[in-house]
Design a binder for this molecule. Structure first.
Ligand code: Z5A
Length: 223
């Protein structure tokens, strides 16, 4: 028996962590065993790479070097946490995964797609998401939410949050482009609405696509 793998993607401050918590609660109430995790991170080794990247300590490597570091963290995450959980029949909800590398380091960062696709094969192999929820909202709104959270917590923007608004806008479009190319895997959810409405729509998508998918017509042998 294998579990289900759902990734959450989108710009900074889109509400991914909030909505992962909400979905995990609902899936738990539905009797599913759920693991929540994040990228970069999820294992001790990957969390140590996270600290180096998000502090800006790896900026000197350039976007290509950072992509390799995200890949190293992801390989450990997949091998030690995601794949074993799926094999044990659990539902894994990850805050970011492959698409973030394609958007942040690839489409908006200039790293060659051929290199990123090769990296994907090495780091995750066939462990791909069953569903990717793309939380979409204007970049300005995501940044406002983060600024409010940071001023309440007294923290500073990380390596990527401080980038120019135009770059945040390009990333938003890049996520939408991925969703348009892969509609079977991706669902775009309007994340500019209040939290409850976003949670309800995500639940509808998960129910329709994974919990109660439409039955495929049976094929008759020799027909
Ligand atoms: N990165 C990369 O470059 N390449 C890669 O391959 C990977 C990642 C995997 C990870 O940072 C960074 O690494 C990320 C991309 C890059 N860029 N940055 N920065 P992170 O994990 O620290 O941050 P994040 O993934 O961008 O998440 P976030 O900034 O913490 O935001 P979020 O999880 O999407 O949102 P949230 O924490 O749930 O909500 C933000 C605030 O808004 C919070 O105060 C909420 O209470 C509030 N909120 C949430 N929903 C709502 C609604 N609906 N209305 C109003 N307010 C809301």
């Amino acid at each position: 028996m294998t579990g289900r793998f759902i990734t959450f993607e989108g710009g900074d401050g889109a509400g991914k962590s909030t909505q992962i918590r909400r979905l995990a609660e609902r899936l738990g109430e539905a009797g599913k065993s759920v693991v929540t995790t994040r990228e970069p991170g999820g294992t001790p080794l990957a969390e140590s790479i996270r600290n180096v990247i998000l502090s800006g300590g790896a900026r000197g490597f350039g976007a290509e070097g950072e992509a390799l570091l995200f890949g190293a963290a992801r390989a450990d995450h997949v091998e030690k946490l995601i794949r074993p959980a799926l094999l044990a029949g659990q539902w894994v909800l990850s805050d970011r995964f492959l698409d973030s590398t394609h958007v942040y380091q690839g489409l908006a960062g200039g790293v060659d797609e051929t290199l990123l696709a090769a990296l994907d094969r090495v780091t995750v192999g066939r462990t791909r998401p069953d569903l990717t929820v793309i939380l979409d909202l204007p970049a300005e709104l995501g940044l406002q939410r983060l600024a409010a959270r940071q001023s309440a917590a007294g923290t500073a923007p990380d390596r990527f949050e401080g980038d120019a608004l135009s770059l945040h806008q390009a990333r938003r479009q890049a996520f939408l482009d991925i969703a348009a190319r892969e509609p079977e895997r991706c669902a775009v959810v309007d994340a500019s609405r209040p939290e409850d409405g976003v949670a309800d729509e995500i639940w509808r998508v998960v129910s329709a696509r994974l919990l109660h998918p439409p039955r495929r017509p049976a094929t008759r042998a020799g027909g």
